[in-house]
Design a protein around this ligand. Structure first.
Ligand code: IMP
Length: 418
């Protein structure tokens, strides 16, 4: 009988700690698949003393028995991917790249950075990796796919044509036209390394499910950064929500099984854009320090604030979340009071949904009693009473069970509720 895939999705603005949960779940899955985003994502996984930062390679790479798929919904930078691959020496036969994934080439990063510069104080605060321009080219039907690496000469010619078509725009942006010969040699190099991994991953995932294999789908970024449902235009350029797993891998909605949504016990955001429950004061700084809230990909300090139950309820709903994994509960240890955003003030009234533009809302808070220590707890009963009350109240507000609670970066410090 055909299996359904398990799905992991970020419910906030990314950086929810998906890496730890994917790593945890990857131990019991045969396949781990990425379906969206690019090397803007960053998963840090702590295994004993070692910290491993993954950007594009699925976290299942740390389970020697798991196969890892980079789906068609991903934008793949060959240079960065090859560098990431070099951390491992046994990838053949357990890493597969969709021939339909789009290539993110160095000029995409140059365009991204030029656009950000031109936007000045309206900049999105992108990672500068070229994500928007790569997805933009895909949708405008002028992109190039990974499968084209099989024919580097033809691909080099197409890219040079693309540059001549766009010459005036690129000149204005200060984006240099590559040297045709150099470009060809770069593409040859990419082909040499990547060819053994390029395949039709749609067939691969479908076959895996048909054979009853356990498949895990790993989302990148978070719901509030989704191109349609996030805080547009301050979003990333992909479909980060559950639905993206279908188009980004070639699965039908019926093949999605249990959805685990990941959220921190508080909230963070990198880059610009609205963040109603942001705390600009001491509490925000304390969350940043205690939670080590600095980006894996860019090293930027993350903006910090309180759990936003309104945005979370919206995220639970549009992702079809079956259970929430609440991360970094221990970061709240020692606060006298903990705030939760339970509503927004919008155009003179209080609302309990996410409106078109979050820029204009003010948070309405409910205050919870803090607790001393949850760090390292491995059973729900071990948690201080106030922490258990906090979790119970969140479940009610977001309309979803919190089935997993993380109480430190260590793999073992995870409460799995029955
Ligand atoms: P881009 O994806 O580089 O275009 O950036 C668009 C927005 O998404 C910016 O606010 C980034 O900071 C944010 N972003 C992109 N990737 C991540 C991520 O993995 N974690 C958190 N924020 C991200």
């Amino acid at each position: 009988m055909s299996n359904q895939a398990d799905l992991i999705v970020g419910l906030q603005w990314g950086d929810e700690g998906k890496g730890k949960i994917v790593d945890h779940m990857a131990q019991t899955h045969d396949y781990v698949c990425r379906f969206a985003g690019g090397h803007n994502a960053g998963h840090t996984i702590v295994v004993g003393e070692e910290k491993i930062a993954l950007h594009l390679i699925p976290s299942g790479v740390l389970n020697p028995d798991a196969k890892n798929i980079v789906g068609n919904g991903v934008v793949l930078s060959p240079v960065d991917f090859i560098e990431e691959m070099s951390q491992f020496d046994d990838l053949e036969g357990r890493l597969f790249i969709s021939d339909k994934a789009h290539l993110l080439l160095p000029y995409h990063a140059a365009i991204d950075q030029a656009r950000e510069r031109m936007k000045g104080d309206k900049a999105i605060g992108t990672t500068g990796k070229g994500i928007g321009p790569a997805y933009g080219d895909k949708v405008a039907r002028v992109g190039h796919r990974v499968g084209e690496l099989h024919h580097p000469r033809k691909l080099a010619d197409k890219i040079m044509d693309y540059f001549s078509m766009n010459a005036p725009v690129f000149a204005a942006m200060g984006v240099e036209t590559p040297d045709a010969q150099e470009l060809y040699h770069e593409l040859l190099e990419y082909r040499e390394v990547l060819e053994p991994y390029i395949t039709d991953t749609t067939l691969l995932v479908q076959k895996a499910l048909e054979e009853g294999k356990r498949v895990l789908l790993e989302g990148a970024q978070g719901t509030m950064l989704d191109i349609d449902h996030g805080t547009y235009p301050y979003v990333t350029s992909s479909t980060t929500i559950s639905a993206g797993a279908c188009s980004g891998l070639g699965l039908s909605p019926k093949e999605i099984g249990r959805v685990t949504g990941i959220a921190k016990a508080y909230c963070t955001r990198v880059g610009n854009g609205p963040f109603p429950s942001e705390d600009h004061g001491e509490a925000g700084q304390r969350l940043r320090d205690r939670g080590h809230e600095y980006g894996t990909t860019t090293g930027r300090a993350r903006r910090c604030g309180w759990f936003d139950a309104v945005a979370m309820r919206h995220a639970v709903r549009i992702n079809g979340v079956d259970q929430v994994a609440l991360m970094k509960l221990d970061v709240l240890d020692g606060f006298e009071e903990i705030k939760v955003c339970v509503g927004y003030e919008f155009e003179g009234r209080e609302i309990d949904y996410v409106p078109y533009d979050l820029e204009e809302v003010q948070p309405v808070y409910r205050i919870f009693k803090g607790w001393k220590r949850s760090e390292g707890a491995r059973n729900f009963e071990e948690l201080p009473e106030a922490a258990r009350e906090y979790i119970g109240a969140l479940e009610e507000m977001i309309g979803c069970r919190i089935g997993i609670i993380s109480t430190s970066p260590e793999r073992e410090d995870t409460i799995v509720r029955r």
